[in-house]
Design a binder for this molecule. Sequence first.
Ligand SMILES: *Cc1c(COP(=O)(O)O)cnc(C)c1O
Length: 449
Amino acid sequence: MTAPTADAATEVHDPAVLAWASDLLDRAGGPRAMQQAVIAAVERNARWRGEECLNLLAPEAPMSPTVRALLSAEVGQRAAEGHIGPANRWFAGTRHIDEIEALCVELLKRVFGARYADHRLVASMIGNLAVYAAMTEPGDAIMSVTQPFGGHSSNRGDGPAGVRGLYIHDVPMDPVELEVDLDAFSDSARRIRPKLVALGASMTLFPFPVTAMADIVSEWGGRIFFDGAHQLGLIGGGQFQDPLREGAAVLTGSAGKTFSGPQSGVIVWDDPALTVPLTDAIFPTLAATHQVNRVAALAAAAAEFFAFGQDYMAQIVANAQALAGALHERGVPMLAAHKGFTRTHQAIADVTAFGGGEAVANRLAEANIITNKNLIPTDPAAAWDRPSGLRIGTTEVTRWGMKEGEMARITDLIVDVLKECRPVEAVQRDAGDLRRSFPTLHYCFAPEA
Ligand SMILES: *Cc1c(COP(=O)(O)O)cnc(C)c1O
């Protein structure tokens, strides 16, 4: 059972980590021990990331116990390709799967106030590809946000938009306000006449002027596509702009980011003319067996939004503002200080003075504080792999019940690491203590007995 060795020059994964795994399997002495090695790694992660770390990674959110439990439901091993309803399925036996999926669709429609929703996106990336497949032709021009301003690869040349063969132009952004430069946009958009303008971003602090931009592109029949991967929960909880009401034709989002459901995608829209192209792009083009356990978990997460979404999402934003304000006061330069730092779950620091994004994120992780390096607008394009920024998100700590007071304590711990005030081990201990003093997930129903 030794593995054939890959050509080291073409291997994209870290060869040292693969060699560690291969060696472990060689020494395991049998399949059962191999399986135990997998389980042990999962348990090490659960202990460290689940119990000892302050997870401030913006794309993460803890699922409620009910939602998480549904991921191992019996239905996760059932196959149900196609649209909902017995006439639309290739496979028999889908009676209750139709019920689960219909509940999910109807819940998503209610949370987002949309006429149509789809539940079959195993990733939000795939939702974006469905949008490009349905709403563009190869060779069309689109506009999207560049990475230093928070844009995501899925709307750029190295993602689904590029795969579709689109000409991708930049949405002009104001580097100080961190919002769309509407004057520059109206000039360049009228010149380019994009079929689609993709808004939304991974580094996201402020709303986009969707209405004004939709008005401009409507002059030539262009549409706005809002990629709300990060903001999906904030939108569902009424704490951010409401893209569909403001004129976006379609909204996609990640179910596992602020929305706090299972990692996967959501897509909603209102225009009946888009229904056949979008759903055709999803099935049979991009989804087949679409993980019905995940659909059940997504539906359960959507139901939580009616009870808890507003309070949960409002506290996430309040915590991000508190954290950003406290860090700025302690000498960590935060973006958009002149305008209240953020209207989302994120705060962005310029950590150039502390060694740059990568070094700082690694030092914080040593201290059990998990963040990520991030490009910021002042980063030159050539330095894409050495970003100056640090992105901090408050979704998870908020769901553990932390409020503004704890944001001050987290600030102290971050500053201790950045300014090397105390040994890393001491900060690590305090981070673990703070995490463990909030043992219960909030904004969810008690699990069914
Ligand atoms: C995270 C992200 C995606 C991809 O979402 P997945 O659910 O991870 O596939 C797409 N667009 C933006 C703006 C993102 O931040």
